[in-house]
Every structure is written in C-alpha cells, then in structure tokens.
Design a protein around this ligand. Structure first.
Ligand code: K7E
Ligand code: CUA
Length: 654
C-alpha cells in the first residue's frame, strides 16, 4: 500500500469517526443483554439500616452541584449545592450564603460543574476536601467533607471555559486549572479572525493552605492559543509535573468539528510546576491587573466576598524547562497518570489507538534533546522517543482512563459505548464490557490516585434511552456500577443521576463517616444576628429596615407575632435554630417571599429578606416536618400602610 493511499484511508476513517461523534452513535443500537443476575443483586444489596462501603461524589454537570451517593447501593444521600442557587436549602438565597455566588460579572446563580477532586496526601485521598470546577464562569470551589458543605469559591482570572480543572497535585499543594477556550488575555476588543495573533491559553496554579484549605492563585502560565481540555498531576517519580491535553492546535476559530480535526497529532503539555515555582520566586512572573472574586465562609458560617485585582503570569519563554509538548493522536480529551506515576495515558477522541507515554522516556528525551521542532518556544518531543506503547484496537472514541492498582487500566470508549480493560505490562486489551450508552468519564474509587481502592468501576453514561421507564423528552442520565474484582467485568446496577455527572470521586466510607458534623454548638454561634436563647429574641427598626431576631425549636418560633411593619419596609428574619440534636433542622417560609425558604441547621443562624408588597396579616411557618406538632410551628406578621403610628412590637418574652 502506498503512503498516499494509506493516508487517504486514514483520512476516511477519521471522517467516519467525526460523523459518528456528531451523531448518536453508540446508542439506540437496541437494548443489549447486560441484565444483572441475582448474584449481581446480592452484591449491591445494602440491607435497610446498613451502611454503604463507599461515599461517591458525582459532579452535577449543568446542575452546578455535587451529589453524594452510597456505593454499592447507588442510593442518593445528599445534593451539596455549590455553584447553583438551591431553594431547597436556601443556598444563594439566605443573606449568609449569597456572597458565595459573587463574581467579577456580578451575582451568578448557576454554573456547569465537571470534575470533583478529593484532596490528597502523599497521592492518596485524605477525606478533607473536595474541589470542583465551574466551567462557564471560571471558578473553583472547595467543599468541606465533614460538613458536606461548600466553604470557598475562587474565580479564575484570565479564564475562559475552566474545564481542565481542578486537578490536585500529590499533596494538594495546588489545585490546577486550565482554559478550555483560548481568549485575548487580557480581554480586549479584536476581530475573531485574529485568533492566532491575539488569543492565548492559560494554566492556573491555585495554592491550597495545608491547614485551612484556603485557596489563592499562586501563578498562571501563558500558553499558545489552543484548547486545554483536561489534566492530571504527576505522582511518585513524576510528582512536580502536571499534564494537560490540548486540541485545536490548528488554532481554528470556527467550525472546530472539522477545522480542529486536521492535525494527526495534538499535544499533551507536560508542565514542570516545580520549575515554575523557582521562576516565580526569581521574579520572572509579571504582575498583571485582573479582576476576580474570592468568596469564603468564615467560622460563623457567614460568607464573604472580596474582589482581587492582580495575578502573576509567567511566560514560557521566561522560564526554560517549564513546558514540553508530547505529540498525541488525535484531539485528545482525558489525560490520566497511572498509580506508579510512570505512564501518562491520553484518550484521543479521534484516535484509533490509546497512546501511553512514559515519564522516564520523557525525561531522557528532554535530557538528550530529542526534539521535533517547537511551537511558540515550547519544544516538541519526538513521539517515538516518549511513547511507551499504544493500545491497539481498543474500540472507538477513547476518552478517560482509571486504574485499579492491580496493573490494569480501564478506558471509556464513547463511540463504541464500552469500557475496555487493558494491561499496563504489555498494553494488550484483556476484557471489554458494553455500557448503556455513550460513556463519558468512568471512575474507580481512588482510581486516579497512587492507591486505588478498586472493587468497582462506575460508567457515567451520557445517554439513557431505554434503560428506565420513559419520562417525557428528558431522561435522567445513568450511571452503571460494574464489578472489577474478577477476570471479567460484571454489570451490577444502573442508577439515575442528577444533572450530567462528568466525573466522580469515591473513597471508603470509614475515611470520613465518623468525622461528620452533627450539630453546631449554640454556645459558639458567632453570627452577629444570632441569639442564644428565646430571652434574647427581639425586633428592631432601623429606618426602613426591620430586623426580627427569632429562634426555632420544636415546635415554635419566638417571637411568633410581629406587628408594626409598614409597606416600604424591608424585613430581615434572622432565624436561629436552638436545637442541639442531630438531624433536626427547622425551615422557615413567609407568604409572598420572592427568594426561597431557609433551612437552618441545629445551632445555626440564617437570614431571609422579605419585602411585603401589600397590607395584611401574613403567616410564616416551619417547612421541615420536625415533630408531631410541626404543623403548629407557625406565626403571623402584620403589615400596615406606610406612615401608620403602630409601633414595631413582638411577643418575645422580654
Ligand atoms: Cu469528559 Cu467535562 Cu471531563 Cu464530560 S468531560 S465526559
Ligand atoms: Cu420546625 Cu417543623
């Protein structure tokens, strides 16, 4: 076969792949067998009253939240609000939580959350925090795993499409993030056709305080104007490096499905961040003006928002040895580092093989300058000098890879809708299993860490079709739990998910189960609007603002009668839950409130703002069925015309 013929065949194969990607290939091919047996049922059966073995944290994708599942049962335990307002919990509605959603663009009530990442110590999930990216308005959030609550949200300066994010380094020195979309940096008004001259990518290294978890932008690295899609940090011998996939090395600015699928190989960018630290310490990064929000919740449970004004940007040319390109076929999506830290696996959406790069070979190639030219000052390493092997005939559309710690890798194949298991010894496929349908990420508990916990792989499928009872045009996306303890993978369970779970993380329940916070001590309540007993409750007028400092305990509010509010007033209900018992929140809702209810945890204070628009007497009540007399947990507030002489009063005990 002549080279030309072989090339045109390749081009044809790629065109077919693109067509398949664009269509709904992989699904609608009829329901396959994959019927779980009674043996499978017993493996996922967690008897009533018994606990699951693992906590799993699934991103919500376009829901903007994180959902917490128990494994192996697939039971939904909690939805943790992160980037989206959640009226169920008052998140982003209560005065204490609103600042968490502040950004340089103003208050943003939604985002697209893709990649949860557990904090790690020595490359092993340590159960302290969970990080997750906001893709659309570039942000990274940090959740506390003892409270299962969002504690901090940091906007990424110079960001655009914060997709390759927030991948943590081995000791959570950094949560690393990269722009999926290159943009003019800093932003400016230029023709889109000047993409090649004016657009750049940006890698961001967010430092994480060892004790408090507090995040800050340590430095950014300015990169050629490609799309940086995903990342994972090195570990063990490759600790100190982070790897990023890129596509659109063609630098197209329109119709990327065709124009960004021209090059046979794009790049994995290998970034030596320990080198960057030295360059930054030596003053080689430039301080640039930038506007971005940093939001955090203090000890009192109150959120604050601060606008920051500058960032340090390092140019690759000012820091030799910082970045190398590993040629990688073809429009790679995921990049995953095996538990030993030696293998760097990329999932080329349009590739016919899975390329596995060797970290050892990469270092040797750098040492011996085995370069194949450069792009914008970044040396391109020779493919054959860095490649450890290629997995042949893996299936179609490789995306993501996780590891079981037993020498095997598991890669999700979007187009052929399957998980393929292959050996890290000889890169041979040893098993494959169809999934239903069109898998994106997959997740093994600890499967991107140095010590995978193994046991299961979860397929996070994009398309559900005929797996559940139909529910109109939209079906819940579907996860599948697969047993990986035997030689053959075995499907155990399908379970629906919330939003679109792009990625997930899981750890053994024992790591965090006993650290769960049950109540907040009322004696330690530091909310300036909190009260510690019913005796302290009161009402106060401050011009047109009316403050009601009230308490909730089974089964009454104090005060529960308030008079003297006038049209034109803004009323603040500061509700403190006096309970000191686990699992006894009280809710609060008032007629005509244009925000949401409050859900107040034991010992906590939450504030909701109410602007009455008519005269009358309006009830408020507890929304959370807290006791046999929950229905009695109610009160009234009277609203009079503006200018009336009625004094503000309540039936507080004082
Ligand atoms: Cu593959 Cu956003 Cu990680 Cu979705 S991403 S699948
Ligand atoms: Cu308090 Cu229902």
């Amino acid at each position: 076969m002549s080279a030309a013929v072989s090339q045109s065949r390749q081009a044809f194969a790629v065109a077919a792949l693109i067509a398949a990607l664009a269509g709904t290939a992989g699904c609608g091919k009829g329901s396959g067998p994959a019927v779980a047996s009674s043996d499978a049922a017993s493996k996922v059966y967690v008897a009533p009253g018994k606990y699951d073995d693992f906590y799993a944290f699934l991103s919500g994708g376009f829901s903007g939240q994180v959902s917490v599942y128990g494994l192996p049962s697939g039971r939904l335990l909690r939805v943790i609000p992160v980037f989206s307002q959640d009226p169920e919990k008052g998140w982003g509605y209560s005065e204490q939580t609103k600042p968490m959603l502040n950004t340089s663009y103003g208050f943003i009530p939604w985002d697209d959350a893709h990649h949860p990442q557990l904090s790690q110590t020595d490359g092993v999930p340590d159960g302290r925090w969970l990080f997750i990216n906001g893709n659309n308005t570039p942000r990274v959030a940090r959740l506390d795993l003892a409270e299962m609550d969002t504690k901090e949200i940091l906007e990424i300066p110079n960001g655009a499409g914060n997709h390759a994010s927030p991948f943590v380094t081995q000791n959570t020195e950094y949560a690393v993030s990269a722009t999926r979309f290159s943009v003019p940096t800093p932003q400016k008004d230029v023709p889109i056709s000047t993409y090649k001259e004016n657009f750049t990518g940006q890698l961001t290294f967010i430092s994480v305080d060892k004790t408090t978890g507090r995040m800050s932008v340590a430095f950014q690295i300015s990169m050629p104007g490609y799309d940086y899609d995903l990342s994972h940090a090195g570990k063990g011998p490759s600790h100190g490096w982070s790897f990023f996939t890129s596509y659109n090395t063609e630098q197209a600015n329109t119709l990327l499905e065709r124009n960004a699928s021209q090059n046979d190989k794009d790049f994995v960018a290998a970034v030596h961040w320990q080198e960057a630290e030295k360059c930054v310490a030596a003053g080689k990064a430039k301080v640039q003006p930038a506007k971005y929000a940093h939001n955090w919740t203090d000890e009192a449970g109150i959120a604050h928002s601060e606008m920051l004004t500058s960032t340090k940007v390092l140019a690759v040319k000012d820091c030799p040895g910082l970045v190398y390109f590993l040629p990688t076929p073809k429009s790679p999506h995921g990049v995953d580092v095996d538990p030993t830290g030696e293998y760097i696996v990329a999932g080329g959406k349009l590739a016919t093989v899975i390329p596995v790069h060797s970290f050892t070979k990469m270092l040797a190639a750098i040492q011996n300058q085995k370069f194949d030219g450069e792009r914008e000052g970044i040396p391109i390493l020779k493919y054959e000098e860095v490649i450890a092997g290629e997995v042949q005939n893996p299936g179609l559309g490789p995306l993501h890879t996780e590891f079981d710690g037993q020498g095997y890798a598991y890669t999700s194949m979007f187009i052929s809708s399957e998980i393929v298991k292959w050996s890290l010894k000889d890169f041979k496929v040893v098993d494959r299993i169809p999934v239903y349908y069109s898998i994106g990420h997959l997740m093994i508990p600890g499967g991107d860490s140095r010590k995978p916990f193994g046991k299961y792989v979860i397929a996070l499928n994009k398309i559900t079709k005929d797996r559940y009872l139909p529910t109109g045009p939209e079906l819940a996306q579907s996860a599948q739990l697969i047993d990986i303890t035997g030689a053959k993978m075995q499907v155990l369970l399908d379970f629906p998910t919330i939003g679109e779970p792009h990625y997930a993380q899981a750890l053994p329940a024992a790591t965090i189960k006993d650290k769960q916070v049950r109540t907040y001590a009322i004696a330690d309540n530091k909310d300036p609007n909190g009260v510690k007993s019913e005796k302290e409750t009161k009402v106060r007028r401050d011009g047109k603002a009316v403050h009601i400092y009230m308490t909730a305990i089974r089964s009454h509010f104090v005060p529960d009668n308030v008079e003297g509010v006038q049209l034109g007033d803004t009323v603040y209900f500061h509700v403190t839950n006096l309970e000191q018992d686990w699992d006894v929140p009280h809710g609060f809702a008032v007629t005509g409130a244009r925000n949401s209810e409050l859900l107040v945890m034991p010992g906590q204070t939450r504030t909701v703002t109410w602007v009455p628009d008519r005269v009358g007497v309006f009830p408020f009540y507890c929304t959370d069925f807290c006791s046999a007399l929950h229905q009695e947990m109610q009160g009234y507030i009277r609203v009079s015309p503006a200018g009336t002489k009625i004094q503000l009063t309540s039936n507080s005990p004082q």
